[in-house]
Design a protein around this ligand. Structure first.
Ligand code: NZQ
Ligand code: ZN
Length: 389
């Protein structure tokens, strides 16, 4: 561990199949005006909406709603929500949904009391809020993003073909509390379940594939990756397996609640490529990551061979006997590819609606980070996108 760091994560978690009962106690900590925010209607079909509204009513809250937050929430939807939150004099924003709803609520939190343009301030200039922010609570219905315990918020500007994430520095932007009931994830379609699983796995990879020192954080990452692979195989066979789904939900939270970057640098280029593809195609986040991952990792393999070899041995149980480091490293990526295919992930951007003529737009929207084992050139970005198509 070579890095210096501080660690504080103020989100209070309630985990398990009876965790919703703690909402009542949490509501006592906030004023009467609650803004209930949810997505396209899955919570109405599976009954979570009725359960939550009953608790809010019993607590005597005045409830206003923002419904219809879409996957990859847009700046236009944010502006609509800001007006509703202001008119309601909101005391607490309650997110009920997946990462999109949760991210959206954090964007609302920093925008309601800001008079300027939130897109420019938070997603172009990456500034921190200098206005009063609103507290966010979260009831999670989909495992993947880690948004339930981090300060990240990803917003899309469709007309500009940009999808940008801001990880706020202020811990106040993290949800004050998050209720994680694995049972809620059982109604997810298979496509969303596996997209979420790959999102979790890739969050770990993004923080693992960097540096060469001997870091405790990397051992934690390897343990989490092994757990995700193990539980994903069970859930893929039997999506109703509660134990596997609960392990997946718990891994998702730890994969991106800032622990795995402690003492390390990080990579995050798969996310930059995937988010750019998402901005142009509006495809599911985890699937965009899956489609670009192998071409990217094979591209940077020569620059980080030692770590890819370690990944092969410690995560995929590749036997190194009689093989060169490069052969072991490549075998690790082959094992990862087989697992991805087994889950039914998108292995090509063309499966997500991307066409060759869209690649320049995707390349332009890709933020090149000064991180990982190889800082990409624009030409390399284009090459990786072509290989991902
Ligand atoms: O909108 P509804 O009707 O609720 O349907 C949703 C949506 O269509 C559905 N769903 C969610 N829970 C369900 C359910 N359907 C049935 N039963 C349930 N229990 O699933 C679909 C996808 O939901 P969404 O919230 O979009 O998925 P996810 O959690 O993957 O969130 C994706 C967003 O998070 C951002 C992504 O870029 C994307 O915009 N990310 C946020 C991060 C963060 N805050 O740190 C990091 C991630 O890397 C990611 O970028
Ligand atoms: Zn992600």
């Amino acid at each position: 561990m070579l890095g210096n760091f501080s660690y504080c994560n103020p989100t209070k978690l309630y985990f398990g199949d009876d965790s919703l009962k703690f909402l009542k106690d949490e509501l006592n900590n906030y004023g009467d005006n609650v803004l209930l925010v949810y997505g396209g209607g899955s919570i109405k079909k599976n009954g979570i909406y009725d359960e939550v509204v009953a608790i809010l009513k019993a607590a005597g809250k005045n409830v206003a709603e923002v419904a219809g937050v879409m996957p990859n929430p847009t700046i236009h939807k944010l502006n609509e929500g800001v007006a509703i939150a202001k008119a309601h004099q909101t005391d607490l924003i309650l997110a009920v949904g997946g990462g999109s709803v949760c991210d959206y609520c954090k964007a609302l939190s920093v925008s309601v009391n800001y008079d300027g343009d939130p897109w420019q301030k938070y997603y172009i200039n990456f500034e921190e809020p200098d206005c009063e922010t609103l507290p966010v609570g979260c009831i999670l219905t989909m495992a993947g993003t880690g948004s339930e315990m981090n300060a990240g918020s990803v917003i899309t500007f469709p007309e500009k073909k940009l999808k940008i994430g801001h990880v706020f520095a202020d811990e106040k932007i993290m949800p004050r509390f998050s209720i994680l009931n694995p049972k809620y994830t059982l109604t997810l379609p298979h496509y969303q379940m596996v997209a979420g699983i790959y999102d979790i796995f890739n969050h770990i990879c993004e923080q693992y594939f960097s540096d060469e020192d001997d870091s405790t954080t990397d051992y934690i990452a390897e343990g989490l990756m092994r757990s995700v692979i193990h539980s994903s195989r069970i859930a893929n066979e039997n999506p109703q397996d509660y134990e596997a789904r609960s392990n997946i939900m718990w891994s998702a939270t730890w994969a991106l609640n800032t622990l795995l970057k402690k003492g390390k640098t990080t990579d995050w280029m798969v996310h930059m490529l995937g988010q750019a593809a998402g901005a142009v195609t509006d495809a599911t986040h985890g699937m965009t990551l899956a489609a670009v991952s192998l071409p990217y990792y094979r591209h940077i393999l020569p620059y980080g061979t030692a770590k890819f070899k370690r990944f092969a041995e410690n995560v995929w149980n590749v036997n190194p006997d009689g093989k060169t480091d490069m052969q072991v490293a490549e075998e690790g990526l082959q094992a990862m590819e087989s697992w991805m295919k087994e889950l039914g992930l998108a292995m090509h951007l063309s499966e997500l609606g991307a066409r060759e003529d869209m690649l320049p737009d995707i390349a332009n929207a890709t933020l090149i980070l000064n991180s990982g084992y190889k800082v990409l050139t624009k030409d390399e970005v284009m090459q990786i996108l072509k290989e991902s198509l």
